[in-house]
Ligand binder design. Structure first.
Ligand code: ACO
Length: 322
């Protein structure tokens, strides 16, 4: 996995804080038992190999994004007109043209620029880092969303992939602030030579070499996380909570072990969401906020990997009110 460039610390730029958050999940519940009644699999196999018990599917990428964003705007206490930019991470756009973010911009009544960002399951962290970069360039409030309808690109006859995916969205408002930036360090990587191990052609469904993705994912997550921690001037002991991409509980366990961070310091929601690609880190982060697992001043490690293959991580000092 190609490593990102060494970066100067972002603290010298304009600061930014997370001030709002919201989530949405597909309406329809699909349990492992539902899948086992349709294909040659079992609840035990899926739980043991992935950690997933159920997932929610349905809706559109724009619709889920709007639902999550409305809550995020309310928590942040800001109106749609006050948002300066929308960055929407998705690998499952509703249309080829225009960008899904354009529809979300319209439905929310935003008056700002809007763009889609596709870095597969790393998309939310890519978008969050992009958002903080735009705060440094003078934007005051940015809406960062990860929204996916993976059920539309899933082959429901293929037991090796159909068990994995779900639909959902998570939205965050980030605001410029004169305090120290919440983003302490970050790392974005991509190795485009690995396209064939995880891809979907236009109009097609996801094709994946599961074991190979698994192996590469553990290494990519660990390397990315260690680079971000170093860029932030921290050590793994300084991390209060890890919010990893929710693909497979065994991937999370392996990465946590390599990082020498105890598993109790990780957040997992995949038992009830499945893999929701760029929505998965925001879904897990909001779950931890609502569970009271995050205190002001905590150093959070957000880390993901995805098709590309991409990987991305960010160290966020939590300043939002819980
Ligand atoms: N139920 C029962 N048996 C199954 C199932 C199933 N759903 N799926 C596969 N099997 C069988 C296989 O056929 C194989 O049988 P065999 O030994 O007789 O050949 C056996 O189980 C083992 O298969 P493996 O593929 O080796 O199983 P593994 O332990 O690797 O688990 C899994 C498969 C869950 C897919 C795992 O490899 C994984 O999670 N990989 C990473 C996936 C991932 O993170 N993808 C990211 C996608 S994100 C994005 O970009 C959208």
């Amino acid at each position: 996995m190609a490593q990102g460039h060494e970066i100067m610390t972002v603290n010298s730029y304009n600061g930014g804080q997370i001030t709002g958050w919201g989530i949405a999940l597909g309406n329809d519940l699909v349990t492992n038992h539902d899948l086992a009644s349709r294909m040659d699999t079992s609840d035990e196999w899926i739980k043991e190999r992935t950690g997933i018990s159920e997932r929610r599917i349905g809706g559109t990428t724009a619709g889920l994004a709007v639902q999550a964003a409305k809550d995020a705007l309310e928590v942040a206490g800001c109106s749609p007109e006050e948002i300066d930019l929308l960055v929407l991470a998705t690998t499952t756009p509703d249309d080829q043209i225009p960008a899904t973010s354009a529809m979300v911009q319209h439905l929310l009544g935003l008056k700002c620029g809007a763009m889609d960002l596709n870095a597969a399951c790393s998309g939310f962290v890519y978008s969050l880092v992009t958002g903080f970069g735009m705060l440094a360039l003078g934007n005051r409030r940015i809406l960062v969303i990860g929204s996916e309808t993976l059920s539309r690109v899933t082959d429901w006859e293929d037991r090796s992939t159909a068990i994995l995916f779900g639909d959902g969205a998570g939205a965050f408002v980030i605001e410029a602030s004169s305090d120290q930036s919440a983003l302490l360090g970050w790392e974005l990587s991509c190795d485009g030579s690995l396209r064939d191990i995880l891809h979907a052609e236009i109009g097609g469904t996801i094709v994946m070499s599961g074991q190979e993705v698994f192996r590469k994912a553990v290494i990519a997550m660990t390397e990315s996380a260690l680079t971000s921690i170093k860029n932030a001037g921290l050590t793994p002991e300084d991390i209060a909570l890890v919010i990893p991409h929710q693909a497979n509980i065994r991937i999370i366990e392996s990465a946590m072990k390599r990082l020498h961070i105890p598993m109790e310091k990780s957040v997992s929601v995949l038992h009830k969401t499945g893999n929701t690609s760029s929505a998965s880190i925001p879904l897990a982060l909001v779950d931890a906020v609502e569970d009271g697992r995050i205190q002001e001043g905590d150093n959070l490690l957000l880390v993901g990997f995805g098709a590309g293959m991409t990987s991305a991580s960010a160290i966020v000092k939590w300043g939002g009110s819980t």
